[in-house]
Design a protein around this ligand. Sequence first.
Ligand code: GYE
Length: 324
Amino acid sequence: MTLTRRTLLASAMLLAFSATTFATSSAFAAKPLVMGFSQVGAESEWRTANTVSIKDAAKKDGVTLKFADAQQKQENQVKALRSFIAQKVDVIAFSPVVESGWDTVLREAKAAKIPVILTDRAVNVADKSLYVTFIGSDFVEEGRRAGQWLLEHAKKTPDATLNIVELQGTVGSAPAIDRKEGFQEVIGKNPKLKIIRSQTGDFTRAKGKEVMEAFLKAEGKKINVLYAHNDDMAIGAIQAIEEAGMKPGKDIIIISIDGVKGAFEAMIAGKLNVTVECSPLLGPQLMSIARDVVAGKPVPARITTVEGVFPAEVAAKEFPNRKY
Ligand code: GYE
């Protein structure tokens, strides 16, 4: 008797369950896509805008986003990726803080049949099948554009040697490696352009200021140009230059990358000479590519963001159009 009742109850539950399943699937034709996203951190204005873009696009697109902030630490990102794998998300996207050291965890994702999309920064792995695509900027080209601006600027004083100090991004990160390389490639054409100091400022304002203070202490008025791998470090350095009694943008020419609003404000104030654009607004593209990937549609292996260069002369006019 008990057994029969139990069986009956079980079948009733099963029926109820399938009815619910059916109701759910007919009401929402597609089940929401679940994405695990591991973000680098919150180190810069760029990053904040990137996070907002991703969260907003997920919401708009009906994507369930599991978002993890790695606070600029690779070990936190590896942990986040492993937790996404354990949760069996539909797709993993991440912006890798540094380029190397991803083989093992990416192999784990592949074994679990979870596709991986890289956004913003690249990884250095031998097996390219460990991720489906990479959406982001061409950082080498950004470095070249920064160098090109300086080559042109140097034409105004053809006999002068220009001593450059460089604030690098996070050690081992794709943008730091590539922006250095692209810049060096172009300024190498003019032997009067010399990098006299180069150190990391970890992409933050605080570090940018601190390292610029050290550069000023060591080299003082010898410094003619600052090349910062992002706007935040340039903005931190501007403070250091002012505190040292010099005029940023005049006594020291300043070139940086990103094109965030803070950089436009600094250009309008005459304290920054040029910013090379790097767009953080990757969210909408990421969501649409993720849908294609999960649906098994072919996607390009590399999707490059389209960007420009903004010298101080156009800053006031461009400012109202800036979205980040
Ligand atoms: O330039 C910098 C941020 O990876 C492109 O990271 C990104 C860089 C960006 O912290 O501001």
